[in-house]
Design a protein around this ligand. Structure first.
Ligand code: FES
Ligand SMILES: [Fe+2]
Length: 392
């Protein structure tokens, strides 16, 4: 249980809030390479409660700037891109990717007024088929070389889940919640087995749950009665590494979240594969709710797949779950550890330090989240174990 103040502290994403300042130390994916084309060179992005426009100018530079023009607020989504940047459609104020105003066309000849205008702009990087944004203080850190994102001995694929109508901490707490798999996913994740009791699901397969801190986050571990154990890393602050992929939960604002998936597919013989960013396939998942509206208007299709069940659990907790009225039990120990870590890292930021997972060395070593072991489990598990290969 948290007080209302503690709940606010860890869940709010806006600029100037403690949680929002923590999140402004990390890079987030905001779109795919295919989102910007010559025909459609702009895309609206809402990230950490800020409305932004991603654009590519005719020189090929990509920028991320505040949506509302510094002049009188028209949307720059409708701006005209040109060689030097993007010109607001209303009166033509021209901005480059750094937010410098290069021209205010209707001002008198020789006016230097445009030099006094600075439009909010943020760094963008292209990486593994996506555009990534950083909204924090400069200089920006590096995008960490997690194994799923940076191994070269295979290919990657991308997948975009439907928007979550809830705060980003809810899916993250699920990442460190090992008890739900055997109950919530009992119909879909256990390959046709029928549980003796739908209340208990496959809970009795499990011997113990354990949690421990790692250099990059937290680990949850299930040990089964048949001797098998599985481990799923939570990569701090907003990523689950599960199976061969990472699920990156990108906070749109306080009450909406966008899950970006990146998956790694090892080459059969371990050889290096040259996969161009533009060739990384992207899959878009349709909404799990009908209609696509927050609970209780939108109804989840609970047997569609495991992710639909998870989205149901996270969203129906509420836009921001009230943690002052919950009743934590013994299996929620990992959730307590995650909240303590959030609070600890928020304090580190407040003291002027980099929080966990921020890396500034461009040449840092690849970060091993034990991906290959997870992939091997998926491979040898086929036909040998009951259903634990489909871990969520
Ligand atoms: S509102 Fe953009 S130039 Fe006037
Ligand atoms: Fe789940």
């Amino acid at each position: 249980m948290l007080t209302k103040e503690e709940n606010e502290l860890i869940t709010r994403v806006g600029r100037g809030t403690p949680g929002g300042e923590l999140l402004r130390r990390y890079w987030f994916p905001v779109g795919y390479l295919r989102d910007l084309t010559d025909e459609n060179p702009t895309k609206i992005v809402r990230l950490l409660g800020e409305d932004l426009v991603l654009f590519r100018d005719k020189s090929g530079r990509v920028g991320l700037i505040a949506d509302h023009c510094s002049h009188r607020g028209a949307s720059l989504l409708y701006g005209r891109v040109e060689e030097r940047g993007i010109a607001c459609a209303y009166h033509g104020w021209l901005y480059d990717v750094q937010g410098n105003c290069l021209e205010c066309p209707a001002e008198p000849a020789g006016s230097m007024f445009h030099l006094t205008v600075k439009h909010p702009a943020y760094p963008v990087q292209q990486f593994i088929g996506m555009y990534w944004a950083y909204l924090g203080p400069l200089p920006a850190p590096e995008i960490p070389k997690y194994d799923v994102w940076s191994r070269m001995d295979g290919t990657r694929s991308l997948l975009l889940q439907p928007r979550l109508d809830c705060n980003w901490v809810q899916p993250m707490e699920n990442s460190i919640d090992p008890a739900h798999l055997q109950i919530l996913h009992q119909e879909l994740a256990f390959r046709g087995r029928t549980p003796a009791s739908t209340t208990r699901g496959f809970t009795d397969d499990v011997e113990t749950f354990e949690f421990y801190e790692t250099s990059y986050g937290l680990m949850k571990k299930r040990t089964y009665k048949n001797g098998f154990a599985d481990e799923h890393p939570l990569v701090f602050p907003n990523i689950l590494r599960q199976g061969n992929g990472t699920q990156i939960r990108v906070p749109i604002d306080d009450t909406h979240t966008r899950p970006f998936f990146v998956r790694f597919h090892p080459s059969p013989d371990g050889s290096i594969v040259e996969q161009a960013d533009k060739d990384i396939p992207v899959t878009f998942i349709e909404p799990y709710k009908t209609p696509d509206a927050p609970h209780p208007v939108g109804r989840f299709d609970m047997l569609k797949d495991v992710q639909a069940q998870d989205h149901m659990a996270w969203e129906t907790q509420g836009p921001v779950v009230d943690r002052s009225v919950e009743r934590l039990a013994t299996t929620d120990r990992g959730i307590v550890m995650y909240r303590q870590m959030l609070k600890r890292e928020i304090e580190r930021v407040q003291q002027g330090h980099d929080p966990k997972g921020v890396i500034r060395d461009l040449d840092h070593e690849m970060i091993d989240t034990n991906l290959l072991a997870a992939i091997e489990e998926m491979r040898i598990g086929l036909g040998r174990r009951p259903a634990e290969i489909v871990q969520r």
